[in-house]
Design a protein around this ligand. Sequence first.
Ligand code: ADP
Ligand code: MG
Length: 814
Amino acid sequence: MPEVQELSELLQRLHRALAAEADRGFGNIRGNRQYFSEFLSAALSEPPTGIAGADEQRRWQDLGKKFERYGELEAGARAHLVAETRRFLHRLRRSLEPPPVPKSNGRNSRSQPPPKPEVLEQPVSTLKGIGPKLAAQLEKLGLTTIGAVLRYFPRDYLDYTNRTTIKTCEVGQTVTIVAQVRRASCFTSPRNHKLAVFSLTLGDGTGQMQLSQFFAGSRFTNRGWQEGQLKRFPRGATVAASGLVRRGKAGLTLHEPQLEVLDEEESTDHLRRIVPVYPLVEGVGAGVVRRAVTAALPFADALVDPLPASIRTSAGLMETAEAIRAVHYPESLEQKTAARRRLVFDEFFFLQLGLLQRRWRQKKRSEGIAFRTQGELIEQFYGLLPFALTGAQKRVVQEVLTDLASPEPMNRLVQGDVGSGKTVIAVIAMLAAIQSGYQTALMAPTEVLAEQHYQKLVQWFAQLHLPVELITGSVRATRRREVLRQLATGELRVVVGTHALIQDGVQFANLGLAVIDEQHRFGVNQRARLQNKGRNPDVLTMTATPIPRTLALTLHGDLDVSQVDELPPGRKPIRTTVVTPAERSAVIELIRRQVLEGRQVYVVLPLIEESEKSDLRSAFEEHERLKEKVFPEFRVGLLHGRLKSEQKEEVITAFRAHTLDILVSTTVVEVGVDVPNASLMLIEHAERFGLAQLHQLRGRVGRGASQSFCLLMSASKSEAALQRLKVLEQSTDGFFIAEMDLRLRGPGEVIGTRQSGLPDMVLSSLIEDQETLERSRHEAQALIERDPELTSFPLLRTELGSRLDRLMDGAILT
Ligand code: ADP
Ligand code: MG
């Protein structure tokens, strides 16, 4: 019997891994320790003893072999292999524990007992109206079981309750029209070769309307895609189109319309309803998913609600089964909102529960270091500082010192705008570690930045008679050997460096505190590797790319977060202006005037998407142009990522020493470079950057006492793009800007949906419904404080366990 138990658990794990891989578009996702393909090929290498049949054993191993080469397969072949494996495992599972096979044909009436939870594991082919052909289509979406169908959430809705005719449309209304395709065309924009335009003329007997959709990216300018798009909208097909009515060049039109081709039956059936729109892949029609969902809905009652009733009531949440039913076919928009709220609550709640529980266990397990936070060194350092700490700095120093003094290992993130003075905070923490007899390391993402920190630390620590050393890729071998020796013996207490610090050869005698600057530039593994150079050292991470609190909780739920939300006094805010190519001559004049006044200027060029090569070319060309044609009288330098580190250092040193007036650069100046005399930054093609990155970039100027300027050059005609840039004209508050960025670009874009491993639904709530997120965080926290192992909540425990694997595969819980 335990054999069967074990096998069934293994099958569950495989099932979850396969489902997660399908969810993320077959990208060979990386879990905690290994890639999906590694996990599969290892797990399928030896058939477990619970499998008796010789055929099954052979099949098991065959599949294992195939996964060894999964990484080399194309997306289609990957999907195929995953589907094949899921089918096979499914059959195996069914043969292990043959459960009852209910065939229901309608919603359960109250008198009937609810279906058993096992139903949810039944293959979709047991659903009414779903034969092998449709089942195969559903499988492409990873929908193999009834439960999976129930949890396949719509990405949007068509609101037929807003349905109008073309003739009755009014500007400013959000409407849905149902009409026939009269004409369709799809072509690459003659003005922008990376943009495809899809144009559709619809008629419904009351009038005609022309709609356009735009698709940016080389995938869409490809003939094949465009022809495929036309095939989806043949003449005469019935289409539902929703969106905001606007006045266009050719009469009324819909802004960013949602389009959907309806099949016969649907176009009459859905009248006056809110109809779900599901994410689809090629070869799977919208009707198929809807049919499966409709057939699966009666089984929603089999879903066990894992939330204790007390939480459900206090947070005002629907029950699970009700939420699932309503999220697919809501009776009103209000009901849809309430259903989503419940489902988002769950997603976030279990994520937070997992994070908080993990942190609780970590703290319980690992005895950290209780540092001495009062003492000689820190006192002396305060005496050396030429300025008083700001209120925010004082507060954050206090938070950090409290963590350091406690025996629990610290894991704190300090967020603060560029120039808010995070370095001083780190230095104070480092001094606490040193005066307690420990070593400390500061890791930065680039050589330039590491070098700069090193210079600053040397300056301060020399007065405290503390030697500091630097380890980067360009430190000479003999010097490096000596530094490594001193670290290993413990002679050397303080080291600054880049990734070079986490290489295998680097050993510390007793690393007590690891400080990581610009933490978002490091991978989770890199951070962990530095941490592992000591025994439960305290970790302080810093970032100048602040993110709104809810997002911080999502991404770093197991960190404590401090905010340095005040700049040192006397800074003149950078004056930022959005400019167009028509104003270029005025821009050149402004640059000239700054240089003549003895100031220095940055000209920044963006990363252009296709290739690093063309990036370089544009930087080269711009450098040439400025040097030869525009400013022949000035000294113009060039900095880019392909330079060797000595060359980079040379250029930066020259700029710092003011033997260059103008520095043309790619975004490598983004972090670190600190030249107080630089007073103007011109950013070309500004619309291609995220707001947070632009804000970070412009932080390179405004470091001195004089007025500084940032000019955002954009030729974009898009109202939205310009609107976005205007945010920077109006604000210099990094937190506000990050929040606006999130609103305007969407969280998926900002943090990367794939990367986060969070469902879209949660991502969109980061903006729309922060209250629900805060609420679920709060409930999870209360629960973990009361019952960290969830001993009295078996349902919660089970649910958390089954969700954890999926969460672990995202970036969040790694
Ligand atoms: P960041 O938060 O971007 O890392 P830094 O730590 O590099 O900022 O600080 C930016 C500059 O401000 C440094 O030159 C630093 O010495 C100075 N500075 C830091 N704190 C204060 C303060 N309280 N008053 C005046 N200047 C300060
Ligand atoms: Mg800094």
